[in-house]
Ligand binder design. Sequence first.
Ligand SMILES: CC(C)(COP(=O)(O)OP(=O)(O)OC[C@H]1O[C@@H](n2cnc3c(N)ncnc32)[C@H](O)[C@@H]1OP(=O)(O)O)[C@@H](O)C(=O)NCCC(=O)NCCS
Length: 172
Amino acid sequence: MASNHENLLAELRLTLRPGIRADADALRSLVGGILQSYGLPAPGAALDDDLADVAGWYGSRQGMFEVLEDSSGVLVGCSGAYGRSQTLCELRRLYLAYKVRHRGLGRVLLERVLAWARTHGFETIELFTAPVLKEAVQLYERYGFARQLQASAGKADACDLHFSLRLRDAGS
Ligand SMILES: CC(C)(COP(=O)(O)OP(=O)(O)OC[C@H]1O[C@@H](n2cnc3c(N)ncnc32)[C@H](O)[C@@H]1OP(=O)(O)O)[C@@H](O)C(=O)NCCC(=O)NCCS
């Protein structure tokens, strides 16, 4: 699996690396541009603004954040996750620029987050998304994420669709 991922990245001349604070502007531009293309509000400067410093934000929440760079150093993708409790983590910010879509990179980024979550012993991974993000919704359903009835109260960014995936049975 890992080598398949590496081969795909090499073929597309893309590099995956941990996100750093200096990525903030590029991440805002990537994520904001994609959200606006779906008619959704761009991420604002909220108190829990993860994009301002992904290394600090995710690092202080037992999390991970990766960015995908093209051969000129332009950010073309990202994904992150953090622990909400000892057993539950949340996937956030899975985004790919249009020019690198439909090549399996969404699967690569998602599988890396799932592998990270399993390695760190989380039992469940959840995420909040918007119904209009149809490609992502299909991707999550393909991987077995189930829609939760519980609404995502307090989500200010129209991400009112709640999904979760059991990573292992409780007690196993
Ligand atoms: C979701 C996203 C990351 C998928 O990236 P991708 O590299 O194009 O996806 P892949 O090529 O790895 O395809 C994986 C799966 O995604 C889904 N998918 C991808 N493109 C799709 C499309 N045009 N329509 C429907 N489903 C699609 C499919 O389930 C696909 O699996 P399949 O090929 O077996 O049908 C990408 O579309 C994206 O960045 N979307 C906008 C941002 C977003 O919605 N992020 C989620 C925020 S919660």
